[in-house]
Design a protein around this ligand. Structure first.
Ligand code: AMP
Ligand code: MG
Length: 412
């Protein structure tokens, strides 16, 4: 095939990303919102802390009453009560007195500092204080963390445990977020059987719908496997049609080559909104991308499992990340020393499976697993990265550095 007829990986990715719109925000409960991006500006309805409270276990006092306290010169004050966390009303306290107080308990009116237990004899009826404190010491002031009416979190903030804690502290149990895209996955091929059904001779167990569901979830999507479709126009179009309503992205695998039975390419080409191109990459050359129904993006990926994974990584994963609103839609790459010589075809971007090692000095090295064959599911399972060999490189010399994309599991 002449190289000129190929579309570059970068061009195809640009076409894909151009074709990805946005999803309307939805309200989710806090824990369902974990890992997503906030779609609203949250203003604090309350001050944090909500009331002046003790910053230590000890005795609430007036600082002025204990200004002369020191080791060897204790000031003794009567203890007129206990304040524990959760009391509904703040106590009042006159001059020359102390109250025993627990961390987080409301400061008694009249007290302006807390002497921590260590600075006292721990007395119950009377307390000997041998540490002077300044006014305000060991007191957490109302609104010192966040005042009522202040911005708490802005739209676009990523909701990790810290941000979820703040929302909870503000009393928010639901927030508006960019939702997880719903990704529908359809495996095509008349040879395919569902996992758990013993394949007869010539039949192949559908691995791709699991591969891509796992990959889509890892990218942050909700994945829906909708089973196997045989190489049959009507069955394929019916299945896709029936899924359109709930889909943010459709992904098919198989049937996109030039063969007589490559039904996905034939059936969807006729509709006219899905474009099939040969992309300058290995594996994964035949790619389909376009829209169905009300502009639902559809990826038609090749059927070999390694091709499906590489195609997903190259095109579908960045699309899902874009829909999530992530700033960083591409996987990070590292440079690693190649432990062996690798030959690669010129004019194609090659993605080989590798095992990436982090050396003691923090540098990386990489070795290949499996061959270039895109049917090698078992060796793919022993890899933890893709080795990316650029279009203009035909040989990677052992000991030189090569680009590697670690396939780290994301924390969803
Ligand atoms: P195709 O792209 O349809 O020509 O398929 C290419 C190769 O990948 C064939 O050997 C298929 O049997 C295999 N294949 C296609 N779909 C799947 C799948 N869902 N799971 C495992 N292997 C598949
Ligand atoms: Mg097929």
């Amino acid at each position: 095939m002449p190289e000129q007829s190929l579309r570059s990986v970068d061009d195809h990715l640009a076409t894909v990303l151009d074709g990805i719109g946005t999803i309307d925000p939805i309200e989710l409960t806090l824990l369902d919102a974990q890992g997503l991006l906030l779609a609203e500006n949250v203003v604090s309805p309350v001050p944090l802390p909500g009331f002046d409270n003790a910053g230590a276990d000890g005795y609430a006092v007036r600082a002025i009453d204990v200004r002369d306290a020191a080791d060897g010169n204790p000031v003794v004050l009567p203890v007129v009560g206990d304040v524990v966390a959760g009391v509904k009303a703040s106590a009042g306290m006159g001059p020359g007195l102390a109250m025993r107080i627990a961390t987080g308990a409301p400061m008694p009116v009249g007290a302006d500092a807390v002497v921590p237990l260590d600075g006292t004899d721990g007395g119950v009826a009377r307390v000997a204080i041998h540490q002077a404190v300044l006014s305000g010491e060991s007191v957490r002031r109302t609104g010192e963390d966040l005042r009522a009416g202040q911005p708490a979190l802005g739209a676009g903030a990523a909701l990790g445990p810290q941000q979820i804690a703040l929302l909870a502290a503000l009393g928010r149990d639901r927030v508006s977020v960019r939702p997880r895209p719903r990704v529908i996955i359809v495996s095509t091929g008349s040879e395919l059987v569902e996992v758990g059904h013993k394949p007869s001779f010539g039949e192949v167990t559908d691995a791709n719908s699991y591969l891509l569901s796992a990959a889509a979830r890892d990218a942050g999507a909700e994945a829906y496997r909708v089973g196997i479709v045989h190489d049959d126009h009507t069955q394929l179009l019916d299945r896709l049609e029936s899924q359109l309503l709930r889909a943010d992205i459709l992904i098919t695998t198989g049937g996109v080559s030039r063969g007589a039975f490559d039904v996905v390419k034939q059936a969807l080409s006729e509709i006219g909104t899905v474009d099939f191109a040969d992309v300058a990459m290995r594996p994964g050359m035949p790619q389909g991308f376009g829209h169905l129904g009300d502009r639902v993006p559809i990826f038609c990926l090749p059927g070999n499992p390694v091709s499906a994974l590489v195609s997903f990584e190259a095109f579908a994963r960045p699309a899902i990340r874009k829909l999530l609103g992530k700033r960083q839609i591409h996987r990070a790459t590292v440079l690693a020393v190649a432990l062996e010589r690798v030959e690669s075809p010129g004019g194609l971007r090659e993605f080989r499976r590798g095992v990436l090692h982090r050396e003691a000095d923090g540098t990386y090295s990489v070795s290949l697993v499996g061959g270039a064959g895109s049917h090698l599911v078992a060796s793919m399972a022993s890899s933890n990265c893709l080795v990316v060999i650029d279009e203009d490189v035909t040989e990677v010399v052992a000991g030189t550095r090569v680009t590697v994309m670690p396939l780290l599991l994301s924390n969803r």
